[in-house]
Design a protein around this ligand. Structure first.
Ligand code: GLA
Length: 562
């Protein structure tokens, strides 16, 4: 069962007017769609789009790098999105020449100079070329994902044999993206999701939001990152005015109302985070480290080594052995079962008895993991697992506070004592450097709601920086800039290693903070050319929970959605 408030069984809405989806000025939205349609007609020789879909980027408020470990995360969709127009040309009936011609998938972008067009065969079995990072890879991911889903539902054969599919001659896709690339606001998932929804509609198929979230999560892995499902799920299931707690296995989205007196701000660190290109030393390496940590923890609990090697997520192990997934017990277990510092490959394979790591990660069939194991010889497990369990706890706490519960954390008191008991130390003696209760820093008893939420965001950043090592100098500098300007809390958002910071502040001082951060962080970057002043509004801005994916049939001649 998904959580209460989940929308995973509903379908992507068809918008009947722009204001169903956008808060922006209606004329400027309409002119963006007109541009998309004209670019479409120009590129594809007068053809008109059959379907237009949009899907937004997201900002993750808390819960970083834990979705692929099975833990819930807490993002919201943002107003910046990707819009995609699609049309399908069918072969003329009875035309033998056309019957034999190979169907094609043609992809172009409104900004064709920067994002060059590409044509592929209309073949869902083709591979995505992960070695060349062309933007159209994500379109291909979306295209392949639709057929994977049909296969999963045992409908592939019948759809491929349908009169419609057999007559496909050419599929045309035109894209316009407003989510800044490499910013940690999930431009890639917005593109994948918008394409998937548009193609689904153009192919006369209908998947639920839950199915779409899952299929896009899996299909994006064709691009080379072994990412979790947060970005796609919130892009599909986001809603105006609500953050969401996204759950996995099964996927679900629970409404989380944010305090109305708070405003969330986004700042781009100007360090580009190239998720796919650097995956082997960043993102995919962390996925590997967490899995190795899960395996060693299972072994610690007495599992036979062959069984332990089948464990995939830390949550799986915690649910089985740590007091039904109690996160404090899991944090204690991390200390007992994983060494501080790094393990070498040799240590893991020989001393820990895991044998050939390549086999565990199925490297013959999984190129992403193959590269990780080829290019890395050391793996940090304790710090990574510690981040995952403590971050999962912070998500839980953040949600409860949003729902009106009072902040309950304190370093001394029940949590600290409980943890000391778990690891077999007397209270207080247990305040060692790796005491997980320290992750919560200062007592939160008596804190106001706003202050406590901000504190959790701050602690999340510290954990990302110190234990997960997914921050960078620019992100840390920007977090400090927000804090010095008067924000209540700030943290990196998304995968990290560049990209954006999300900050929270009292709404009445938001403008002042933006002005201050502009001065302290951006002005020198505008001067040195690291950032372009023309992009200012996309680098630093206020944000609010926005609508998720939608289908909009836009008639550019009438200027209305039909
Ligand atoms: C990327 C991935 C997500 C998630 C975040 C980190 O955005 O696509 O699945 O793991 O990083 O929280």
């Amino acid at each position: 069962m998904g959580a209460v408030g989940s929308k995973q069984h509903s379908r992507v809405p068809k918008a009947s007017k722009f204001s169903d989806v956008y808060d922006d000025n209606e004329n400027s939205v309409a002119s963006r769609y007109t541009k998309l349609v004209s670019a479409f007609k120009k590129e594809f020789e007068g053809e008109k789009p059959r379907t237009i879909a949009r899907s937004p980027g997201r900002v993750n408020l808390i819960g970083e790098h834990i979705d692929y470990e099975g833990y819930s995360v807490l993002p919201m969709a943002i107003g910046l999105d990707v819009i995609v127009a699609v049309s399908v040309v069918l072969k003329e009936e009875g035309n033998v020449e056309e019957d034999e011609a190979k169907a094609t998938l043609s992809i172009a972008n409104v900004d064709g100079e920067k994002y060059t067009p590409k044509e592929f065969p209309f073949d869902h079995e083709q591979d995505v070329d992960v070695k060349s990072h062309h933007w159209t890879n994500y379109v291909l991911c979306g295209f392949k994902g639709i057929f994977d889903q049909l296969k999963k539902q045992n409908k592939l054969e019948s759809v491929l044999e349908s009169a419609f599919m057999k007559r496909v001659k050419k599929v045309m896709v035109m894209v316009d993206g407003k989510v800044p690339l490499g910013s940690g606001l999930s431009s890639s998932s917005a593109l994948n999701c918008a394409v998937t929804v548009a193609l689904m509609d153009a192919f006369e198929l209908s998947f639920t939001k839950g199915e779409l979230s899952e299929l896009t999560c899996l299909s994006e892995r064709y691009s080379g990152t072994q990412s979790g499902g947060m970005d796609q799920a919130i892009s599909i299931m986001g809603e105006k005015d609500l953050a969401k707690r996204i759950d996995f296995n099964p996927i679900g989205a629970m409404d989380v109302p944010l305090p109305t007196n708070l405003t969330f701000l986004i700042g781009n660190s100007c360090a580009v985070s190239k998720k796919a290109e650097s995956a082997h030393k960043h993102y995919n390496l962390r996925v590997v480290e967490c899995r190795l940590a899960a395996i060693l923890m299972a072994k610690h609990y007495g599992e036979d080594i062959e069984k332990a090697k089948t464990r995939v997520t830390l949550r799986e192990v915690a649910d089985l052995y740590c007091n039904k997934g109690d996160l404090w017990t899991a944090l204690g277990a991390v200390r007992k079962s994983l060494n501080e510092g790094s393990y070498t490959k040799k240590q893991l394979e020989n001393d820990e008895g895991l044998g050939d790591l390549r086999k565990i990660f199925d490297c013959e069939n999984n190129e992403a993991f193959n590269v990780v194991l080829q290019k890395n010889d050391t793996f940090k497990l304790r710090d990574r697992a510690r981040h995952v369990f403590s971050e999962a706890r912070r998500v839980h706490e953040f949600q409860k506070i949003c729902e009106g519960q009072s902040p309950i954390y304190t370093v001394s008191g029940p949590i600290h004592e409980h943890w000391c008991k778990v690891i077999g130390l007397e209270p207080d003696v247990g305040v060692a450097s790796d005491d997980p209760t320290k992750d919560f820093g200062h007592p939160m008893y008596g804190m106001g709601k706003e202050e406590a939420l901000a504190k959790l965001m701050h602690l999340s950043h510290e954990s990302c920086k110190t234990h997960y090592e997914c921050s960078c100098d620019e992100l840390d500098e920007l977090v400090d800039a927000f804090m010095s300007a008067g924000a209540l809390g700030a943290r990196l958002t998304g995968a990290g290693w560049g990209g954006c910071v999300v900050a929270v502040c009292e709404s009445d001082v938001a403008e002042e903070i933006l002005a201050d951060v502009k001065k302290s962080f951006y002005e020198k970057r505008f001067q040195s050319g690291v950032a372009n002043i023309a992009d200012e509004t996309n680098l630093l801005f206020k944000t609010a929970p926005s609508a998720g994916a939608a289908i909009l049939h836009y008639d550019d001649e009438k200027g209305v959605i039909v």
